[in-house]
Every structure is written in C-alpha cells, then in structure tokens.
Design a protein around this ligand. Structure first.
Ligand SMILES: C[S@@+](CC[C@H](N)C(=O)[O-])C[C@H]1O[C@@H](n2cnc3c(N)ncnc32)[C@H](O)[C@@H]1O
Length: 235
C-alpha cells in the first residue's frame, strides 16, 4: 500500500469516496496514486506544468500500480488541462496561495465548474482565503497537518455560486486566522496558533520600539496580536 505523509493523508481524506479527481502540480503523484490504488477514486488525472515532474510521476505510477497503466498524465498550467466539469474534485497542494488564486481567476465559469477543491497553500493563506470569499467560493472544511518543521493548512472549498462583497483588506488578520480554525481544531491547532501569537508579539515589540512606525501600523499590529490572543483563549 502506498504510504502517505500526514499532510498528503489529510488531503486524501478530504476526497469523497467515488469522486473523480485531478491533482494539479502533482509532482510525485502520491495522492492520486493512493486514491487509485484504494479505489476511493474511479478516475485520477495527474498534471503538472513541469515535464520533469510529470516524468517522475509516470515512473512512480508504473512502479507502484503497474496493473493500472496507462495513466492519465497531462502537462500544462493549472486547470487549463481539464474540460469544464471533467472531474469532481481538483487538488492543488504545495503551491503558493497567490499562484492558486491566479489559476482559479483565469476563467470564472471554468473554475466554478468543479464541485470541490482541496487546497494546501505553502504561503499567503490569508490572501487566498480573502480571494476565495471575494470570488464566490466558501471554505467548507479546515485542517492542519505537520510536515517537516512546519504546520500546513488544508482548505476544502466549494463554489458558493453567488457574489459576496468583501469590504476588507486581503492582508487582514481575519483571513489568516479565521474562526473556522477553531471550529475544525485538531491536535495541531494549539501549536499553530501559539506559534503565530509568539511571532506577532515579537513584531509588535519591534514596531513599538521603531521610531518610523506609523500610528496605523501599530494599531494594525495590536489588532493582529489581540485577534490571536482571543483565539488562543478559546482553544
Ligand atoms: C512543491 S511541488 C508539490 C507537489 C505535491 N502537490 C505535494 O503537495 O507534495 C509543486 C509542484 O507544482 C508544480 N507547478 C507549479 N506551477 C504550476 C502550474 N501553474 N500548474 C501546474 N503545476 C504547477 C511544480 O512543477 C511542482 O511539481
């Protein structure tokens, strides 16, 4: 059986049994291969912009699941390699949050033609959450997974299908640390939020000491610390 890391296993777990998937930016291909191996997904497309990554995926696929060859491997950027509605769920993991939103932004109807996305951004998760809300997607499940030194967020997202006006700034702390993190807390939530609070307090100390810090910057930083204190108190 293909052994997944904690992060990849949590992505796998978010795929509903019986649903078809495309793993965009698949690289090693482990999640779609595990989905095919267990039969959880009847169809799994593996795609990557890089020919080298896709070649690696092909080698893994043929070595791990020789009886299921040939595999559906597609080279190209984002969801351009899919027909609208071609799969139920699209996975994008290990890519930057800004890149994920750029991929989804290219064609509204195309990106909204898939039922669900499982997104695991490497950075800019707050900006991605803001972008999703502002573009009619809603986060229906949150998870956190440890891999290496880091704790990574995993968002399961569905098309909300109606415009929501977001009168906010993409850098607002509410997008980085939404209350849904408490709703879907797991054994990593406390460490994740306490680390964040520690770093935000350090920033507040340095901004408070800096002679060039504006009143607005200081107020924003105090708000970030207060937000995290509020969340940590509710753990
Ligand atoms: C860090 S790897 C992540 C691999 C795997 N998804 C994971 O989470 O372990 C990022 C992969 O995304 C691919 N990638 C980067 N930009 C892409 C794009 N616009 N469309 C498709 N794949 C892309 C890279 O070639 C690379 O293989």
């Amino acid at each position: 059986m293909i052994k997944l890391t904690e992060r990849l296993q949590k992505i796998y777990d978010q795929v509903r049994p019986g649903e078809s998937v495309c793993d965009v930016g698949t690289d090693h291909g482990y999640v779609p291969l595990a989905l095919l191996e267990s039969g959880r997904s009847p169809k799994a497309i593996m795609s990557d912009i890089s020919a080298g990554s896709l070649a690696k995926c092909k080698v893994n696929a043929e070595a791990m699941l020789p009886s299921l060859a040939p595999f559906d491997l597609r080279q190209g950027s984002g969801i351009e390699i899919l027909k609208s509605g071609e799969v139920d769920t699209v996975i994008m993991a290990g890519m930057g949050g800004m890149l994920i939103s750029e991929i989804l932004e290219k064609d509204y109807h195309h990106s909204h033609s898939f039922k669900r996305y499982i997104l695991q951004p490497r950075k800019h998760v707050g900006r991605l959450r803001y972008w999703l809300l502002d573009n009619d997607f809603t986060v229906v499940h949150e998870d956190l997974a440890r891999e290496g030194k880091f704790i990574w967020p995993i968002l399961t997202v569905e098309s909300f299908g109606r415009a929501l006006f977001v009168n906010a700034d993409p850098d607002d702390v509410e997008f980085e640390y939404p209350l849904t993190l408490l709703e879907y807390r797991n054994e990593l939530t406390e460490e994740y939020l306490r680390n964040a609070l520690y770093l935000e307090r350090l920033k507040l100390e340095s901004k408070s000491a800096g002679s060039l810090t504006t009143f607005e910057e200081l107020r924003t930083q105090k708000h970030r610390v207060a937000r995290l204190e509020y969340m940590v108190e509710r753990l």
